[in-house]
Ligand binder design. Structure first.
Ligand code: GLU
Length: 313
């Protein structure tokens, strides 16, 4: 089957080394199999993701030589390629799940959710205890008058297991480890979990390469693929990049941002160094994305987080 990979950045700031590593591996993994690459901008949170940031990311990816066959500026007939313009598709998926009786309104406030009694996941998210699961129609009517509800999916008491192409086996009992999760926030914004599934399926994505911080989102997404009757892609989760002092990179790390990097490095220097850190390029010698296709080897990529040595970039 023809492979379609993708980049799905959230344009909430300038692209950083972690995003670039992810895009590079997604690109190499697809290209090595003769596959195509789609670019989709995950800008559901339009206040944090203005179009100017998305345009800058597109320009940065082009500068790096990480080109896409389909996406902004390359219409493949499955656009628009900005999630903020795809709301009708998320509405339709929500409608399908609602007709199956799997969606319910939730009126809990943030403070209620974070109440001490709620167990927390490792990433600090709350396991939803199901407070609004059993509301009666009259309770729902009454509460709706006070505030608009969020919408949650009823999850089954079931262990969901999958084989990650890079990290190996992963399993999660959604009822125990996650709880009924959000499909739409109370302000109307669709949740990442729903949008990513609808879009990857609609855009024919067969292979998802992304940071290990999203490994535990995958069972939620696999459940949605199953409920919506959509084919799920293969997943490859990659180690996260850490700064020299061991912190997870974020868009606030100016040194790792492309703004600073572009002033001191050529694209080949950035890609060669990242390929070296990712274990499949023997030195930090500059390389273009195209030149790395031959060298790329999943089996050499580490599984634990990668610290960027001082002075490499
Ligand atoms: N938009 C997400 C991010 O930038 C990635 C989502 C995904 O790859 O599934 O973190």
């Amino acid at each position: 089957m023809a492979v379609t990979g993708r980049f799905a950045p959230s344009p909430s700031g300038r692209i950083h080394l972690g995003n670039i590593l992810c895009s590079l591996l997604a690109w190499l993994s697809a290209r090595q199999k003769g596959g195509r690459v789609v670019l989709r901008m995950e800008d559901l949170d339009t206040a944090r993701c203005p179009r100017s940031y998305a345009r800058q990311m597109e320009e940065d990816l082009r500068w790096l030589g990480l080109t896409w066959d389909e996406g902004p500026g390359a219409d493949g007939g499955r656009g628009p390629y900005y999630q903020s313009e795809r709301t009708a598709l998320y509405e339709a998926a929500l409608d399908t799940l609602e007709k199956m009786g799997l969606v319910y309104p939730c009126f809990c406030t943030r403070a209620e959710l974070h109440a001490a009694s709620a167990p927390h996941r490792e990433d600090g998210q709350v396991v939803y205890g199901g407070i609004c699961r059993g509301l009666t129609p009259s309770q729902i009517r009454e509460r709706s008058r006070l505030r608009p509800p969020a919408l949650r999916l009823r999850v089954p008491e079931e262990e969901l297991a999958f084989l990650d192409g890079h990290m190996g086996g992963f399993r999660e009992n959604l009822a125990r480890d996650c709880g009924d999760f959000l499909l739409r926030r109370s302000d109307g914004m669709f949740a990442y979990q729903l949008a990513v599934v609808v879009d990857d399926a609609a855009m024919g994505v067969t292979e998802v390469v992304r940071g290990a911080d999203l490994l535990d989102s995958t069972p939620r997404q696999l459940l949605l693929y199953r409920l919506l009757g959509l084919p799920a892609p293969a997943f490859f989760h990659i180690p996260l990049l850490l700064s020299a002092d061991g912190r997870r990179l974020s868009k606030r790390d100016a040194d790792a941002g492309l703004d600073a990097l572009r002033r001191r490095c050529a694209p080949e220097e950035i890609l060669g160094s990242l390929a070296f850190l990712a274990g499949f390029h023997p030195s930090a010698e500059p390389r273009s994305a195209q030149e790395l296709v031959r060298e790329f080897d999943w089996s050499k990529v580490p599984r634990s987080d990668i610290r960027i040595p001082e002075g490499l970039f």
